[in-house]
Design a protein around this ligand. Structure first.
Ligand code: SAM
Length: 245
């Protein structure tokens, strides 16, 4: 269990998350660049490489907590514009920014933007070849439900891939990272988005998320096989992988 046990605690957490992303939607992508020093681009490249979308038509993926569609658009590009993706997010403001960007890039025929909750997908079972979630799962109150839903909607042979902030495993880097998270990120949030609170909240949510090993066992518990993870930048982020066999 990951805290927030009571129903009202869960609802409160989700409400807080929704408010944060509603407020930051317009500036979300530029803030990502500032806060990660551009690193989120490299981490997303690593994720898309692991997704390795098929370049034949008919290959389908679901990007949950897909926000402004950044990961989904990269996957479609990596498939030579063959893949069909569904971008699901609980926040209509993030999706609206994404849908507009997809239209401008001419990718809107490949992407469907759907409002929904990772805990209860309302999508048919066994319908996707891949499920991705990037910097999203730590915002979901009941991670175990999100993982079972991921398992349910994947086709047999389908792959689950999750990119998330994780536990820094390098001794010096962890000190630098602490300074960056607790001092710089709220300050950048204040300066650029006039919103220190939202960014303090995001930093806290990263610290509360289970570490690499514990998250891997939660994925196994949801039914996935061959669960592995790979650290990025000393564990600042990690990609977890699991297969529905
Ligand atoms: N995946 C995008 C990226 O990497 O740029 C966006 C990540 S953003 C940090 C987290 C997203 O999770 C937000 O768009 C938020 O609305 C979404 N989210 C939070 N709780 C959710 C839930 N229960 N179900 C679906 N999406 C959720």
């Amino acid at each position: 269990s990951y805290g927030f046990e009571t129903v009202s605690g869960r609802d409160e957490k989700q409400a807080r998350v929704n408010e944060v992303f509603h407020r930051v939607a317009e500036r979300y992508d530029i803030m990502n660049d500032l806060m990660s020093g551009g690193m989120h681009r490299l981490w997303k490249d690593a994720l898309v490489n692991m997704v390795a979308p098929s370049k034949r038509p008919g290959w389908r993926f679901l990007d949950v907590a897909g926000g402004t569609g950044d990961v989904a658009m990269r996957i479609v590009e990596a498939s030579n514009r063959q893949a069909e993706g569904t971008v699901l997010d609980i926040n209509g403001s993030m999706l609206a920014v994404g849908a507009e960007r997809a239209r401008k890039k001419g990718l809107d025929e490949h992407l469907l933007f759907v409002e929904g909750n990772a805990e209860d997908l309302k999508l048919p079972a066994e319908s996707f070849d891949a499920y991705t979630i990037a910097f999203g799962i730590r915002n979901v109150p009941r991670i175990d439900l999100a993982l079972s839903e991921a398992y349910r909607v994947l086709k047999p042979g389908g792959r689950f891939l999750c990119l998330e902030f994780s536990e820094v495993e390098l001794p010096v880097l962890d000190k630098i990272y602490d300074l960056w998270s607790f001092k710089a990120i709220p300050a950048i949030g204040q300066a650029v988005a006039k919103d220190r609170d939202s960014y303090e909240y995001l930093v806290e949510s990263i610290r509360r998320f289970p570490n690499q090993v514990n998250f891997a066992s939660a994925i196994r518990k949801a039914g996935f096989d061959r669960v592995t993870y790979r650290n990025l930048t000393g564990g600042i982020a990690a990609i977890h992988s699991g297969w529905k066999l």
